[in-house]
Design a protein around this ligand. Structure first.
Ligand code: MOS
Length: 745
């Protein structure tokens, strides 16, 4: 009898590359040695608006080891203006339509104005200091206060994906008929991603062929972008990026540096490595924009929403209409007849903002969920009860049913684990010595990204019984190599120890950039398809082969466990089959086309967040003591890596609520914080117990394995739960993030 092995999917396996990562043997993009390498140092503009009049390069060029100084006067022109649409699914994704070093205009502080290339990094950096740059400066506009009077309503935002206005019903009428109205203005400081690994690219030309080692969320996106900007065919560009040391959206768009590295390498005739400094990470890879949201909820006495009005104002660049879609889920997740969501933008001296973890939802759900908390307080209703009264089984905007939800179970299980029942709703009533104690909750939700292009993977089984599955995707910390080995093992019917996932290379089957929490869903779909195709191929081969003990068996009666094909009492291992038929290996390709927009379902992931805070009544200090999150992310491929993603997201929500902030100076147009020492993020000492509950829901719409994604939803609602807990502790409704000590004194 065949020993049965449990399915690999769902096992809490440790990362297959964990040891390589912690021991330093995993090679990140900038660590891959290339012979004869030169180093590029980027020089950014010191002014935020105006023109470069002249750059005196003579002193820099006279330094030993300096190979070139490239400025707008010497760098070649790009072949094509970068496209606006950041469709990471199928086209190039440069992040903004502006490409630097093409003329003398300065649009924002830190904009690249020169590249110094030298034989060592230190010499390039030193020579960069010798450049004499003269500017003609004009007064910048960078802050909300400066831009408020200059705003306009864009037709579309977020790279064209989202309309600038979302409406249903008559929001004025809805607010008029309401018994209660709550809301206010929520302001949010700008945020930066700051992965530990800064963005970096090494470029190496071999004749007309370009090889790039790039830290990216999508090697294919890098390939497509550089191809378009340089006018080099895609078939001539190979991009390798096995690992990225964190990303969170900063490596989703392909910003200017990979193309600049390729241009510099061509200019000096040597491979060139370009690594952004920590300071340059503030001005080169996008950020979450500073913003202001105005929200008004109207409701009946019994807590039914009659209207939601949700407006947002934020700065964008001089060239793109970008706002993260903060107004969106507020139109979808609660039943409410009247809705109005409007974006307003103003042109500012900034680069185009970009995706940052839960782009839009992380900020928008703060305004919505804090306002619901306010409403619950006004009406004397429990916050969960208020949400249940407005629960909807359909997308309130489109009327389409959710492909799956699980939200009710999330409230229920989250409340149980947190110990929500019996909470005294009166603010300021619980104390622990000098600390005021409060608890708060919020709904979490994140859309299942409507990616459109087909995803591909390849599976190969060797006669020794080991298997390799391949797809182009890099691993930026999510555990994709582990999880995809699990998916492949079950698809093939072999043990997970015998499956290896090979990835991070454009020579492998194409996979869209892993964005929008869609990586696990889309890659698993392609890997599952490839592995299942290979299993079917081998079963067909066995039952059709007169030399096989399985000859003549009906394929539907055939099972495969641990590499052994069995039908009734007959069996043969994959290895025996391949060896007997003189095949060193067998291979199959798999493909999956996402349902995208052509399904009569709305696709959303749901969760519920709970937090307990302690606020020092005299000092205004806030400490988060506990966090519980219950999430329903469809099928969980690996509860250990999924839990890690969700915990990371929840702690990011803590940072959003209490720590993370950057501001532009109104006079210079430069970021006030430009190092990790000043840009605060939660450290271990700030991190409370984080309790994550996974609620599995079945979903056969989103993708073959029903994976809805865990990358972003952990952050959504966490900041709102904390802000609501601060209100419960102190009676103060703070509508500014991060919440500062001075807000509570
Ligand atoms: Mo993610 S913020 O969609 O890269």
């Amino acid at each position: 009898m065949t020993a049965t092995i449990p399915p690999a999917i769902g096992q809490p396996l440790s990362r297959v590359d964990g040891r390589a990562k912690v021991s330093g043997t995993a090679r990140y993009a900038s660590e891959i040695p290339v012979p004869d390498m030169a180093y590029a140092y980027v020089v950014g503009s010191r002014i935020a608006a105006g023109r470069v009049i002249a750059i005196d390069t003579s002193a820099a060029l006279a330094e030993e080891g300096v190979l070139a100084v490239l400025t707008h006067q010497t760098l070649p022109k790009i072949a094509e203006q970068p496209p606006l649409i950041p469709s990471l699914a199928g086209t190039a994704a440069p992040g903004q339509t502006f490409f630097p070093l093409q003329d003398d205009t300065v649009h924002y502080a830190g904009q690249q104005i020169a590249l110094v290339v030298a034989d060592t990094w230190e010499r390039a950096q030193y020579a960069a200091r010798l450049l004499r740059v003269s500017y003609a400066e004009t007064p910048p506009v960078t802050t909300l206060d400066q831009g408020r009077g200059l705003s306009y309503e864009p037709e579309r935002i977020f790279g064209g994906w989202v309309p600038g206005r979302i409406e249903r019903g008559d929001v004025e009428a809805g607010l008029r008929e309401a018994d209660v109205r709550v809301g206010g203005t929520y302001t949010y400081a700008a945020n930066h991603h700051h992965p530990i690994e800064p963005s970096c690219t090494t470029a190496q030309w071999d004749g007309d062929d370009l090889l790039l080692y790039d830290a990216t969320q999508g090697v294919n996106a890098t390939q497509m972008t550089v191809s378009r900007l340089l006018g080099v065919p895609m078939s001539r560009i190979r991009v390798i990026g096995h690992y990225a040391g964190g990303s969170f959206g900063s490596k989703a768009m392909i910003h200017a540096h990979p193309t600049l590295a390729a241009m510099a390498a061509r200019a000096v005739g040597r491979p060139v490595k370009l690594v952004l400094t920590r300071e340059q990470m503030f001005t080169s890879v996008g950020h979450r924009e500073e913003q202001e949201q105005h929200i008004t909820l109207g409701a009946t006495h019994d807590g039914r929403l009659t209207a939601v009005r949700h407006h947002k104002l934020s700065p964008t660049s001089h060239f793109d209409d970008w706002a993260e879609p903060s107004v969106g889920t507020s139109s979808q997740i609660y039943a409410c007849p009247h809705y109005e969501g409007v974006y307003r933008l103003f042109r500012a001296n900034t680069m185009t903002p970009t995706f940052m973890r839960a782009p839009g939802e992380a900020s928008g759900m703060v305004a919505l969920e804090c306002s619901l908390d306010e409403l619950a307080h006004e009406l004397g209703l429990d916050p969960i009860e208020l949400r249940l009264r407005n629960h909807t089984d359909v997308d309130a905007m489109t009327g389409l049913p959710w492909s799956s939800s699980g939200l009710r179970e999330c409230y229920e299980r989250g409340a149980q684990r947190f110990g929500w029942a019996g909470r005294d709703p009166r603010p300021g009533t619980r104390r622990d010595g000098n600390w005021l104690i409060g608890t708060g909750m919020a709904t979490a939700c994140y859309p299942v990204a409507p990616l459109a292009n087909p995803q591909r993977a390849r599976a190969r089984l060797y006669a020794d019984g080991t298997a390799v599955v391949q797809a182009a995707t890099p691993d930026f910390g999510t555990g994709v190599a582990t999880v995809m080995a699990q998916v492949a093992a079950d698809g093939l019917g072999v043990s997970v120890e015998r499956c290896r996932f090979e990835n991070g290379d454009t020579d492998l089957p194409n996979i869209a950039a892993a964005v929008g929490s869609a990586g696990a869903g889309m890659i698993s779909a392609a890997v599952h398809s490839a592995a299942s195709a290979l299993r079917r191929q081998l079963i067909r081969s066995a039952v059709g082969d007169p030399g096989s003990p399985l000859h003549g068996a009906d394929p539907v009666d055939v099972v495969v466990h641990d590499g052994v094909i069995t039908a009734g009492t007959a069996s043969e291992s994959y290895s025996d089959l391949l060896r007997r038929t003189f095949r060193p290996d067998a291979e199959a390709a798999g493909q999956w086309k996402p349902p995208a927009h052509d399904t009569p379902y709305a696709m959303m992931t749901f969760g519920a967040q709970f937090a307990e805070v302690a606020v020092d009544a005299e000092l205004g200090l806030v400490r988060v003591r506990r966090m519980t999150g219950a999430f329903a992310p469809g099928r969980v491929l690996n509860p250990k890596t999924a839990r890690s993603q969700l915990m990371g997201g929840m702690l990011w929500g803590l940072g959003q609520a209490l720590l993370e902030a950057n501001h532009m100076r109104p006079d210079t147009g430069r970021w006030v914080n430009s190092s990790l020492g000043e840009y605060l993020v939660p450290v271990n000492a700030d991190a409370p117990d984080v309790d994550v509950e996974l609620i599995e829901v079945e979903d056969d719409i989103v993708n073959p394995l029903g994976v809805k994604g865990v990358g972003e939803i952990g952050q959504v609602g966490a900041a709102a739960a904390i802000a609501n807990a601060v209100h419960h502790a102190t009676g103060r409704r703070v509508r500014r993030l991060p919440i500062m000590i001075e807000d509570l004194l």
